[in-house]
Structure formats: C-alpha cells, structure tokens
Write a protein that binds this ligand. Structure first.
Ligand SMILES: [Zn+2]
Ligand SMILES: [Zn+2]
Length: 360
C-alpha cells in the first residue's frame, strides 16, 4: 500500500514536470525558437550515402498510379551511379518524397521518361524547380520517345513566367538562366528487336527498349548498368518478352503491376452504382501486367529481385496486399517484394548483394 502511494506520488511529480515544461514552451518565444532550431538542424543536410560511387543506388520515390493513394506518389524512381543522377519518370508527388527522404537532387543529370501518360510527367516542373534551387545550373535533360520535345516545350511555356519571377527575386547567380530550360533528348528505338544506348559516361550505361502499352506507342523500358550491377525499369507495359530479352541477368527488375482480379471488383462496384468510371476499370487491364505476369517476366529475365511498382489498385492493408499477390507464390516464391515510396536498394559494385533500406 505504502509503495503504491510512493509510485503515485512519483507519477504526479513527473506529470507536474511535464506540464510545467509544456507551459514554458507554450508561452516562451525563446523556448519555441530553441526547439525550432533543433528541428531545422535535424532536417538540413542529406542522405549522402546514395552518392557513394562504389555502388548502384536506386530509390523508389513514387510507386502509385493515377488512382488517388495517400501512401504512394505517382511514378518516380531515382538512380545514383558514378556521380550521375537520373530520375526514371516524374509523376505527381515524387518531389515530395525526394524531399522527405532528404535525397540530393542538385546534381540531377536528367530524367528518363518511359512514356507520356500524365502520371509519368506531371511532377517534372517540381523536380525542375527544386533541382535548380539545389544547384543545377545547366538545362534539365529530358530523355524520352519522340514527343518529348512537345512535353518540354509545353512545360517551358507554362512555367516561363514563374521562372522569370524566381530569377528576378533571387538573382541569376542563384537561379542561373540556363537552369530554367529543358533540353529534350529524343530517343529513337527503331523497332522491338533493338535496344538503344541513351547515355554512357563514367561507367554508367543506360539503354532503352520498347514495351507494349498501346495505344501509347512507343513506350520504353530502361536498363541501367554500372560496375557489374544492373536494374531494369519496365515502364508501363502489359507482359512483354522484351523484359526478358533486354533485362536478361539483371539484378533487379522494377515492374509495374495491376491486379486485374481486384480491378474487376472495382468495375463491378462502380457499374452497380451507375458510376461512368466503371468503363475506365474495364479498359485498363489490357495494357498493364498482372503481378503474376510480372513474376513470370522476372523469372524469364533471370533477375535476382522483382519489385512491384505502379501499384493498382490501392493496397491499404495486409489483406489487400495478400489479395494483390494471389497466385504469385506459385510462379516465384522468392525474390519478390511490393515496392513502396522510400524503398532504397543499394547494389555494391562487382558483387551479388542487394541491400534493402527503408527511408520512411
Ligand atoms: Zn501509362
Ligand atoms: Zn502509368
């Protein structure tokens, strides 16, 4: 009984201390500023590990689709290798994730665009502005299929007033005039049987190949090779033999996936309530791959790790993830993971290792 009184007394004392501390902070400007300074200090700086040139680094900064998803930004991945930095697609919300994970973007070399659906290009202006503010002085290179000039011209025009305000306010020494521009680089992949080298410098080699996303044509997948390590990005595609052909023996395959059996249920639900968007649910499975098909492609390519991205539909809990993966185990029981915003894969040079980090 006595012990309990002592414990209760101690508890009251602690509560009083906490309450007093809270009141001091609530009413004291200097205490608030001290806390803010500590928060700012802990948020400044970056995730410098990705700049280590003895590894190929890939971070997913957007694993969602055009469907609203509070947990996933639209298509976005970033690759760091040999001092080069490439974004693979730039959908809405990607910049938010890059900032949240404190990933350096000042040295952005370019953006590899797989195709021009909105969820792959809508984040370009945000990454352009923020890489410019972080120190990119040259025009931002946009690599993509024919049509990339139109996208570059459109963003250039739409943001020309904004660019002018930034330069006028902060000065051309900070925001270089050249940095406001885009440099579209048209990648011509002549046919399905050919891959084209998009970039080759300092040991970093990037190739593009065709995938199947009709009526979007051409649509590309990309492969990045560096110091004996490699990663393939499928872009948006239904199951395509080119993943195995041009991705043969790669370490990691980052493949889009749409669970047709779940989207079918969404279609039924929308249809039932008279929602015209049931048609969209009806139409989309024919130009995406299911999780099982992506697993088959990964096996055919012989990759070590398959990472699902561009996840459709939204997977709000473990049960939904289980339904999404239905049938995958029978095709590929190992080396499969559902990607998420903040998944960082580190592939040390000339090694077999794939180190997974969670930046969330
Ligand atoms: Zn698409
Ligand atoms: Zn897409």
């Amino acid at each position: 009984m006595k012990k309990r009184v002592i414990v209760t007394g101690f508890g009251l004392l602690m509560a009083a201390v906490v309450m007093t501390g809270f009141l001091v902070v609530w009413f004291s400007a200097s205490a608030q500023d001290a806390i803010m300074k500590r928060v700012v200090a802990s948020n400044v700086g970056g995730n410098e590990a990705v700049l280590d040139e003895d590894a190929l680094h890939v971070v997913l900064c957007g694993t969602g689709s055009p469907m609203p998803d509070p947990d996933r930004a639209q298509a976005c991945a970033i690759v760091y290798a040999g001092g080069k930095v490439f974004l693979v697609d730039s959908g809405l919300g990607g910049w938010d994730r890059l900032a949240r994970f404190q990933l350096p973007v000042g040295g952005l070399t370019g953006i590899l665009i797989t195709h021009f659906h909105s969820d792959h290009i809508s984040g370009i202006p945000d990454i352009a502005l923020n890489s410019w503010a972080s120190g990119r002085h040259e025009a931002l290179a946009l690599y993509g299929p024919p049509g990339i000039e139109t996208v570059a011209q459109g963003f250039d025009l739409a943001y020309s007033l904004d660019d002018g305000y930034r330069i006028a306010h902060h000065g051309p020494e900070f925001f270089s005039e050249e940095g406001a521009n885009y440099q579209p680089v048209v990648v011509n992949v002549p046919d399905r049987d050919t891959s084209v080298t998009v970039f080759e410098e300092d040991g970093v080699k990037i190739t593009a190949f065709r995938v199947s996303h009709e009526p979007v044509d051409p649509a590309y997948g990309y492969r990045v090779d560096y110091k004996g390590r490699s990663v393939i990005f499928s872009g948006d595609t239904k199951k395509d033999a080119n993943i195995a052909k041009f991705g043969q023996g790669a370490d990691v395959l980052i493949h889009e996936a749409l669970a047709a059996h779940m989207v079918g249920l969404l279609e039924d639900g929308l249809e039932h309530s008279g929602d015209r968007r049931a048609k969209v649910m009806h139409d989309i499975p024919d130009y995406h791959a299911t999780p099982v098909q992506a697993a088959e492609a990964a096996n055919e390519a012989g990759v070590k790790l398959l990472v699902y991205t561009h996840i459709v539909p939204r997977l709000p809990n473990a049960l939904a993830e289980r339904v999404f993966l239905r049938g995958v185990d029978g095709v590929r029981s190992d080396g499969v993971t559902i990607g998420y915003d903040g998944l960082y894969l580190e592939l040390p040079a000339e090694s077999e290792k794939i180190i997974e980090h969670d930046l969330r």
